[in-house]
Design a protein around this ligand. Structure first.
Ligand code: SF4
Ligand code: SF4
Length: 344
């Protein structure tokens, strides 16, 4: 399911079950997804015997924890919402330097170990959004991690954990799960300048996923799917995938594509919508999407997209609410000022 705001529950349950019937065996959710409704819908989708066919992943919302016992009460709430007695892969969600301090202060590894002893979770992990140095510190903090989840794709190779973090975690024996393989969908909709670098026998999505499946350090990748067609496509691509599948020539294409992409991109927004809703009505990911058309399409192209927005970036009041939750650490209010200036 996409991480938008509303969920068509019946359709989501149908698509999830169809995916499982077709061989998908890992389902990932989190406390804040779809404003708290994702876990409930996943719980319903995994009824009628589907729970036993998958590994279920969920995450502890560290930013909500104020005291140690909050970890346990939120885990209980999640088990209830998911209608299950255990979560297979349990992650401390979206760790960065500040949240890492919190997991130390609140002794959250101990709480995870207790929860594992009680059979409520099976594998311990964390998802990550900060720089490489912090990533290594977290990996090295305990030998209890079973896995980690990082943002990684052929554009983000030196961003956050990146190439080096992937190799580091794998070498330390952690399974590595990849999120944002399509950079919030942006690698599915490439501008023609980037797309022309790649061979035409695969779609942009398949190129992006193959980059990851090729790597022996990658254990699993998570790709948000909002339609049945996306499920079908991904099943076909996964069926063709293998470690070491790329030729030297293909590997060069990714480097070239990144070079062009980086030149054109204005802001690293993945469209995850964690920052929404904005109290002043801005559609932050859509405004950034418009901003990112500036590189390939120039000011006129950007203006066409920008003017589709009812609330424009000059309505930003710099309240910084959105910046506290943006996993890409984007200085959103500053960017809104730049956009407003450009669109004057
Ligand atoms: S800083 Fe601007 S964009 Fe962000 S929540 Fe506040 S008003 Fe909205
Ligand atoms: S601004 Fe940050 S939180 Fe908002 S959609 Fe973009 S990446 Fe996600």
């Amino acid at each position: 399911m996409e991480d938008g705001v509303t969920v068509d529950e019946k359709e989501a349950v149908r698509i999830i079950r169809h995916a499982i019937d077709s061989g998908v065996n890992y389902v990932d959710t989190a406390y804040p997804y779809h404003q708290g409704t994702s876990e409930i819908v996943v719980g319903k989708a995994l009824g009628d015997g589907y729970r036993d066919k998958v590994f279920l992943a969920d995450k502890s919302p560290i930013w909500k924890l104020e005291k140690e016992s909050d970890f346990d009460s939120i885990l209980e709430e999640q088990l209830q919402k998911l209608q299950t007695d255990h979560i297979d892969f349990y992650l401390l969600h979206a760790l960065n330097k500040e949240r890492f301090e919190k997991i130390k202060n609140l002794h959250l590894i101990d709480h995870m170990l207790e929860a594992r002893k009680a059979g409520k979770i099976r594998y311990l992990g964390f998802s990550f959004h900060d720089d490489l140095e912090v990533f290594k510190q977290i990996v090295d903090y305990t030998d209890q991690w079973d896995f980690c989840q990082i943002q990684y794709n052929y554009i983000n190779r030196a961003y956050q954990a990146g190439d080096e973090g992937l190799a580091y975690a794998a070498e330390k024996g952690l399974a590595v799960i990849i999120m944002e393989p399509l950079l919030g969908g942006r690698l599915a909709n490439l501008s023609e300048h980037v797309a022309e670098v790649f061979s035409k026998d695969k779609t942009s999505v398949e190129h992006a996923l193959d980059f990851l499946w090729d790597k022996k350090e990658v254990s699993l990748l998570l790709s948000g799917m909002g339609t049945e067609q996306q499920v079908e496509d991904n099943l076909v691509y996964a069926g063709r995938s293998a470690v070491g599948m790329l030729t030297a020539e293909e590997k060069k294409q990714y480097e070239k594509a990144k070079e062009i992409y980086d030149k054109m991109s204005m802001v690293d927004c993945t469209g995850c919508a964690y920052c929404m809703p904005c109290p002043f009505g801005l559609n932050i990911p859509e405004l950034f999407k418009a901003y990112n058309t500036y590189g390939p399409e120039g000011k006129d192209g950007m203006k066409r997209e920008y003017e589709k927005q009812q609330v424009r970036s000059d309505s930003c009041r710099s309240c910084h609410r959105c910046e506290k939750v943006c996993p890409q650490n984007i200085k959103i209010s500053e960017q809104m000022k730049k956009i407003a200036e450009l669109m004057k």
